[in-house]
Design a protein around this ligand. Sequence first.
Ligand SMILES: Cc1cc2nc3c(=O)[nH]c(=O)nc-3n(C[C@H](O)[C@H](O)[C@H](O)COP(=O)(O)OP(=O)(O)OC[C@H]3O[C@@H](n4cnc5c(N)ncnc54)[C@H](O)[C@@H]3O)c2cc1C
Length: 385
Amino acid sequence: MTTASDLDSIRESVKQLCENYGEDYWLALDRSRGYPTEFVKELTESGFLTVLIPEEYGGAGLGVVEASVVMEQVCRSGAHAGACHAQMYVMGSVLRHGSEAQKQYYLPKIAAGELRLQSFGVTEPTTGTDTTSLKTFARRDGDDYVVNGQKVWISRIEHSDLMVLLARTTPKDQTKKKTEGLSAFIVDVGASVGKGLTIKPIDSMINHHSCELFFDDLRIPAANLLGKEGEGFKVILDGMNAERILIAAECVGDGRYFVDKASKYATEREVFGRPIGMNQGVQFPIARCYADIEAAWLMVEKAAKMFDAGLPCGAEANMAKMLASEASWRAGDVCMQTHGGFAFAKEYHIERKFRETRLYQIAPISTNLILSFVAEHVLKMPRSF
Ligand SMILES: Cc1cc2nc3c(=O)[nH]c(=O)nc-3n(C[C@H](O)[C@H](O)[C@H](O)COP(=O)(O)OP(=O)(O)OC[C@H]3O[C@@H](n4cnc5c(N)ncnc54)[C@H](O)[C@@H]3O)c2cc1C
């Protein structure tokens, strides 16, 4: 079992690694829409990006508790974790639902950094959060599936060798339950581009490398089906709790970054002949953000421990994501306010992190949908949709 001091040493090692990639590195990538190739390589080679891959497949074989500490520290250091976080949890779909042959083939290569599995294709432009209504269709044809449809906001695909794709294999109106008839596939991105897959980058607010995808008779070998045909929703759903917890950990990292920056600046910046932090109007909001962030971390830890113990943790994972994303956003706002006009100067880096942390109240699941989950499944109130 990992002890508190083991977690401290993971945190310290990740901190040292991140020091090689200062905030100017991230700002330059943000400006150029570049990908942090060197950072992802080092994070993979050091074993931190592969913490969740079992040792028998070449990973560190640790849990979401340890992975949360990695992602929290990456974000606290000023980095943009969006370039790599998905690999941690998308890999879980292969681990839990892949055939032994798929696991033996993919997982060691992912662990060694030879293959990147950074991309998952779920969201569609016309159906959004209503996942089971998605329209991309995979029709069985001999030893292949033939895919037609469209996806939107699919991140990192230009920098990923593989994508886990969710498509319908049975029309929704021919299934007993709306969650049936969906299937998950491992897509070889390089082999698909120009042969039925078109990728179009989206010019967006943050450097998340998000794209639109167009499928036009893309052939995927049937051997790339992940889990059973028609049970793809379960494949995707299974990874979602880990995803929520890791993103919550990132938000806590962002929040601590903002609180660190704000309290330091409030102590150093002098206006009217004294540090601005002597004014309670400046210091109280920062102190409140600190309290909110630390409370959110307790929920992250609780959810991560439950996940690693194999306990149902949907409510805790979702609540952690909601509380942490709201707390980090408030901390970003207070950090902006504390820095006054300088907050807008890119060289201070705050505006970049402010933009980046805003995402997590919307993706991968928006706050309303989490509240709806808690209302219906925890508090047993009537179903709203
Ligand atoms: C930068 C970025 C990266 C992304 N990366 C990926 C990726 O890699 N792969 C992927 O598959 N997706 C990705 N997404 C998509 C993301 O998961 C969705 O944007 C998100 O789930 C919300 O879906 P939507 O945008 O279609 O919003 P909609 O579903 O259209 O919802 C819009 C708003 O309405 C609210 N709403 C909708 N229905 C209800 C209801 N019944 N009750 C109350 N409120 C409701 C929502 O809460 C939301 O605030 C990414 C998105 C972004 C912005």
